[in-house]
Design a protein around this ligand. Structure first.
Ligand SMILES: Cc1cc2nc3c(=O)[nH]c(=O)nc-3n(C[C@H](O)[C@H](O)[C@H](O)COP(=O)(O)OP(=O)(O)OC[C@H]3O[C@@H](n4cnc5c(N)ncnc54)[C@H](O)[C@@H]3O)c2cc1C
Length: 397
């Protein structure tokens, strides 16, 4: 089976940024992409909030990111990741074009906005129909807009839009909002927000750009038109993470991938970046930031794995001292052990057990400082020395 050090699934801003950082760190990197190189930005007319670039078309940003990764010799392949097999230390990506093994994986598969399904929704997307108020809200300064949806996101985004729009109509199919009481009360108290409950959007009015929207009352069948220069749809966003089912990676109730601050998922060596992960703000700049962190964390993971494989798990016999790098007594003990090794004592590998929780868990090391003996990749003995004499006694046996 073919193998790479790092495989990145998805080529949006998160995936491409990860590839750029990974290549600059010297990792052998393969990016898999199922659709358009560059991800969601390809559907964005203009991006006006990426620092340093006053305005750029989504397509231009996508191709600039691709060229950047290409120049750094990141390998790219058009294929779809179907599932991950993450048993023991072996990580395999099953794709529609064969299986690929990897030392580390970054999942950067983004998210998909659900459509409300009214006439003109696709046709006017980017010309008045939007799925992102942070991206497009400022375009509607002093103009009326409509928000479709009644959940928390819809209501909170409507509230945000009142900073720009002259009026925001929330259109929701039910007679009551689905949003939690606090968000709903805040929206109701906002004089710029009008609730149009029990109505559904039918069709966009406009020629070049959106000018309004036709609505239908679900009970009476009555129809009406309201003026709106922008129609913001918030009826749900789905993480592109269904292919992870059965992989053992922890996801939230709604399917977003859970990560720590290093972007690492619940499975060691598997990272997630960008819109697909559970996070506060889904934007190009945050996806890029996640990608950078994930790549450097993957680099650190791969190098420490290689180091541990060759020093701790590989040799016939190895001794390791686990200390806590935030404890000065532990640091002094590690220094004494190092000096003793230099003067002819046993070679001892020092591991920061405070940071390397996973390796500690793997080897069942609970209390620090701890010294362990490994034979042919298996732990054979453990002790908790408080002095150099304790270490010497352990090594003597
Ligand atoms: C209409 C619109 C306008 C926007 N405007 C702005 C804006 O102005 N400013 C801003 O900052 N943000 C904007 N955003 C949000 C921004 O585009 C996203 O936050 C960003 O693209 C997320 O990047 P990502 O890399 O996480 O995912 P994505 O860009 O979604 O990329 C994920 C990639 O993974 C691929 N993929 C998915 N599943 C698989 C699989 N199984 N195998 C292989 N490949 C797979 C997808 O095809 C896709 O190319 C906008 C979004 C939309 C939809």
């Amino acid at each position: 089976m073919e193998k790479r050090q790092l495989v990145i699934i998805g080529s949006g801003p998160a995936g491409f940024t990860a590839a750029i950082y990974a290549r600059r760190a010297g990792l052998e990197t393969l990016i898999l992409e199922d659709a358009l190189w560059g991800g969601q930005v390809n559907n964005t007319e203009e991006i006006d909030n990426y620092p340093g670039i006053r305005t750029i078309s989504g397509i231009d940003l996508a191709s600039a990111m691709r060229e950047h990764a290409q120049d750094l010799k990141a390998e790219m392949r058009n294929c779809r990741a179907l599932s991950l097999s993450l048993e023991d230390d072996e990580k395999i990506i099953r794709t529609d074009k064969g299986d690929i093994a990897a030392d580390a994986i970054i999942i950067a598969t983004g998210a998909t906005n659900s459509k409300a399904g009214f006439k003109g929704e696709d046709e006017f997307s980017g010309r008045g129909v939007s799925y992102c108020s942070v991206c497009d809200g400022p375009l509607y300064e002093g103009l009326p807009v409509a928000v479709i949806g009644g959940g928390n996101t819809a209501v909170e985004e409507a509230d945000y839009l009142t900073h720009f729009a002259s009026k925001v109509c929330i259109i929701h199919r039910r007679e009551e909002l689905r949003a939690g009481s606090m968000a709903a009360e805040r929206a109701k108290a906002n004089p710029k927000i009008e609730m149009i409950l029990g109505w559904v959007p039918e069709e966009i009015i406009g020629e070049e750009m959106v000018r309004g929207i036709k609505l239908r009352n679900l009970k009476s069948g009555l129809k009406k038109e309201i003026p709106a220069e922008g129609v913001f749809v918030f009826v749900g966003t789905t993480p592109n993470a269904a292919f992870l089912q059965g992989s053992g990676i922890d996801v939230s109730g709604k399917g977003w991938i859970k990560t720590d601050e290093m972007m690492e998922t619940s499975v060691e060596g598997v990272f997630a970046a960008g819109d697909v992960r559970e996070k506060f703000l889904r934007q190009v700049v945050t996806a890029a930031g996640d990608g950078a962190t994930a790549a450097m964390a993957a680099y650190e993971y791969i190098s420490s794995q290689l180091y541990l494989k060759s020093t701790l798990f590989g040799p016939e016999r190895a001794v390791a001292l686990f200390i806590s790098s935030i404890d000065s007594d532990h640091l002094a003990l590690a220094k004494e052990a190092e000096d003793w090794a230099k003067s002819g004592g046993d070679r001892i590998i020092t591991i920061d057990g405070h940071r390397n929780i996973r390796i500690r868990n793997k080897l069942g090391v609970q209390e620090l400082p701890a010294i362990i003996e490994m034979r042919n990749g298996k732990k054979t003995r453990e002790a908790n020395p408080s002095s150099l004499d304790g270490i010497k006694n352990f090594c003597k046996r």
